[in-house]
Design a protein around this ligand. Structure first.
Ligand code: AMP
Length: 419
């Protein structure tokens, strides 16, 4: 048999790794500037956490979870997203007694049984940020600015911030009545999913992508026009901060998160051409979730951005990440005594921070030099038998030019100083 990576998963090879490191380090750097601390949570959780925390009427819970029973009979699920676990950890570790809000970030591997396509995988990675314990719209602004500044620092261009408010328990129920009343006569014209959403999760009617439903959506009442005073004020403050931050905001009344514990602010970042199906990231306020998961009522907001999606956009825009350290020195030799000296020399170079490879497998000198070339090192150190007898090694600059003859200690000094 020849094995292949499972459908919807990907290998990241060393030549790709520079993109991952670039994105992760930029995210870490900016997270620190905004005072976010790292949290790492388990890859699987009790299934019940996601049933409650993601919500029973979502696509994730209805169709996409990797759920299994372990040998002890536990009902477990590979995490489909990061927020539920982080909120669980906030409650479990009594983080409500720390200075609020608690600002957390995490790099999470996520699993969703979805139809794989460009930018959509069954195993994927998110950078997740959550600010738990504060209602002030300043926190919404900070969190969105953090995400935006990371995209900017990566060099991405042409993005827009899609922004909406979905109200709260004060204003949303009356709006949902209005929305249902509007949709009722239109039900025969909309898709089966929407007919179901009408019953279970009417807010989600607004983000249906099916063509036959678009006319109904276009005429639907907008929650933005029916916010209560508190939600309207929160939204206005947020928009003012974002305007000061020079972030191009597009109000998008169709942007929703269809669960009761999502409140007020919702947002996504879209690339220039593609729109919702290819959002780079998104998030929102979830002032009801901590209580839903058994904590005291606690306001919170978060986002997630897909690392694979960010990398696709970097490539599409021709942005190259900084190169990762690669071997700079290759040590070639002939004979057993020289081989032993080569191993020792390599060890000294590595201890001085110089990435170094030693020839292996008893190849001819020609073959060794060919390999040094193929590896793209800057220097080849040749340890020959007669040089060894004279107490010197040869330094060959691979870009061309004169070889140098130096004592091994002097060679180490020179290469450690940059060659
Ligand atoms: P969500 O948790 O669905 O709001 O997704 C947040 C971000 O994660 C999206 O904007 C994408 O960048 C990324 N994402 C979500 N689902 C997938 C997937 N199946 N494959 C790759 N990236 C994904």
């Amino acid at each position: 048999v020849v094995f292949q990576a499972p459908r919807g998963t990907q290998d990241v090879l060393p030549e790709e790794a520079a993109y991952w490191v670039f994105v992760e380090q930029t995210a870490r750097d900016w997270a620190a500037r905004y005072g976010y601390g790292e949290i790492r949570t388990p890859t699987f959780e009790e299934t019940g956490l996601f049933l409650r925390g993601v919500g029973g009427s979502t696509d994730i819970v209805e169709k996409e979870m990797y759920t299994f029973r372990d040998k002890g009979g536990g009902e477990l699920t590979l995490r489909p997203e990061g927020t539920a676990s982080i909120v669980r950890a906030y409650i479990e570790h009594g983080m409500a007694s720390r200075p609020q809000p608690v600002r957390l970030f995490s790099f999470v591997t996520c699993f969703r049984y979805d139809r794989p396509q460009r930018g959509r995988y069954r195993e994927f990675h998110q950078w997740d940020c959550e600010a738990i314990g504060e209602l002030d719209p300043l926190i919404d602004a900070e969190l969105i600015m953090l995400l935006w500044r990371v995209y900017q620092a990566l060099g991405l261009r042409g993005l827009t911030l899609q922004l909406n408010s979905i109200g709260d328990e004060q204003c949303r129920p009356a709006y949902l009545e209005r929305l249902r009343a509007y949709y009722q006569p239109l039900l025969p014209t909309v898709c089966g999913d929407c007919q179901r959403r009408y019953q279970t999760n009417p807010l989600r009617l607004l983000d249906c992508k099916n063509p036959p439903c678009q006319a109904a959506i276009a005429g639907a009442p907008r929650l933005l026009d029916h916010l209560c005073a508190a939600c309207a004020e929160h939204f206005a403050a947020l928009r003012a901060y974002l305007a000061d931050a020079d972030i191009p905001v597009e109000l998008n009344p169709r942007l929703v998160r269809g669960l009761d514990y999502y409140t007020k602010t919702v947002f996504e970042v879209w690339p220039a051409e593609a729109g919702a199906q290819s959002a780079l990231g998104g998030g929102g306020r979830y002032d009801g979730l901590v209580a839903e998961l058994g904590g005291r009522p606690t306001p919170a907001i978060g986002f997630a951005t897909g690392i694979e999606r960010v990398i696709l956009n970097l490539k599409a825009q021709g942005i190259a990440p900084p190169a990762l350290p690669a071997p700079r020195v290759y040590i070639a030799y002939l004979g057993e005594a020289a081989r032993r000296a080569a191993v020792h020399l390599a060890d000294q170079l590595r201890q001085r921070g110089v990435p170094t490879l030693v020839a292996v497998g008893g190849r001819s000198m020609r073959a060794q030099l060919r390999q040094a070339n193929a590896l793209g090192v800057a220097w080849t150190v040749v340890v020959g038998e007669d040089e060894l007898a004279r107490g010197v090694v040869q330094l060959k600059p691979m870009a061309g030019g004169e070889a140098l003859e130096l004592a091994p200690e002097a060679a180490v000094e020179r290469l450690a100083a940059g060659g």
